[in-house]
Write a protein that binds this ligand. Structure first.
Ligand code: GDP
Ligand code: K
Ligand code: MG
Length: 297
């Protein structure tokens, strides 16, 4: 980091109709499979999808609710309000469209774009366009749709002009401290929070009866847009602790899993399949579990 240049940090929303390449672009900009960081670290009510740190600049890419939803009438107006407000809370908006293919879906996004924030138009999939003259005409027409701060033709798939897009975004980042460590790109905080939620339920239900602390280790974490599949292991130190944790007919464990799952659904904002099981491991320490959570096995 250059000490003479102030650090900049801002929230960037990527919006657009379905299938224009928002997810592909987000992934390409972050340079890795987009991962989710803890909502606790957020300063807005957006869901963070990825963080890109480049020297003094930190870009926090966020999801905006409602863009994929089609509803009529009052519901539609309400959804639009939600989107409009969400977009007013970010620092920069990237409106993604597909080169040569402007549709009613794209036109529907335009009225929701904020007037008091820079909006950059990313014309994606230029790799699929053969006729460069046609592309030029298309871009000219797009610029009549909205007062975009900049228009950048890109290919998210082929990494064309993404550096230009990042430069444009950087111009609009506000000065400020970075919110994340430079290498933040991990789902570890979420895994950790999920383990904590399970531990909390255990302690609420049987904490008085369990003479020694038990630890929760997330053994499996598979997540995509549709949902998450999580397997968590409750590690206890003695066989005699198992019946305490299970309860009559396994009712304790059932309740622990049910309540933890509800909390994790709220945390991830998607359906969750949660499997919680018990393992006995003598001499297992909190420290060992903590190290494992951090990826040291
Ligand atoms: P989203 O619905 O806006 O998030 O779009 P996706 O990122 O899921 O992409 C939709 C489709 O467009 C996928 O098949 C992508 O591979 C494809 N796509 C995305 N970016 C590009 C690009 O730059 N060029 C080409 N040719 N295809 C792309
Ligand atoms: K898609
Ligand atoms: Mg997508």
């Amino acid at each position: 980091m250059n000490a003479s240049t102030p650090s900049r940090c801002g929230f960037v929303a990527i919006v657009g109709r379905p299938n224009v390449g928002k997810s592909t672009l987000g992934n390409a900009l972050v340079g890795a499979k987009l991962s989710i960081v803890s909502r606790k670290a957020q300063t807005t009510r957006h869901r963070i999808h990825g963080v890109l740190t480049r020297d003094q600049d930190q870009f926090v890419f966020v999801d905006t609710p409602g863009f994929q939803t089609r509803h009529g009438g009052a519901m539609n107006r309400m959804m639009n309000r939600v989107v409009t407000q969400a977009l007013a809370e970010v620092d920069v908006v990237v409106h993604v469209v597909e080169a040569g293919k402007w549709s009613a879906g794209d036109a529907g996004v335009v009225p929701l774009l904020p007037r008091n924030r820079p909006v950059i138009l990313a014309v994606n999939k230029v790799d699929a366009v053969k006729d460069k003259n046609a592309l030029f005409a298309y871009v000219s027409r797009l610029m009549e749709q909205f007062p975009y701060a900049a228009v950048v033709p890109v290919s998210a798939l082929r990494d064309v002009q993404l550096d230009i897009l990042i430069q444009e975004l950087a111009r609009h980042l506000p000065e400020g401290e970075h919110l994340f460590e430079p290498d933040t790109l991990t789902d570890r905080p979420l895994r950790f929070l999920a383990a904590e939620l399970i531990r909390e339920k255990i302690f609420r239900l049987v904490g008085d009866e369990l003479p020694y602390g038990c630890t929760v280790v997330i053994e499996q974490w598979e997540e995509n847009a549709e949902g998450a599949r999580i397997a968590a292991c409750v590690v206890i130190e003695r066989d005699s602790h198992r019946p305490i944790l299970l309860g009559a007919g396994g009712q304790h464990m059932k309740r622990i899993a049910t309540e933890a799952r509800q909390d994790i659904v709220r945390l991830l904002e998607k359906p969750v399949f949660l499997d919680v099981y018990i393992k006995v491991r003598k001499g297992w320490s909190d420290r060992e579990a903590a190290l494992r959570e951090l990826g040291y096995e």
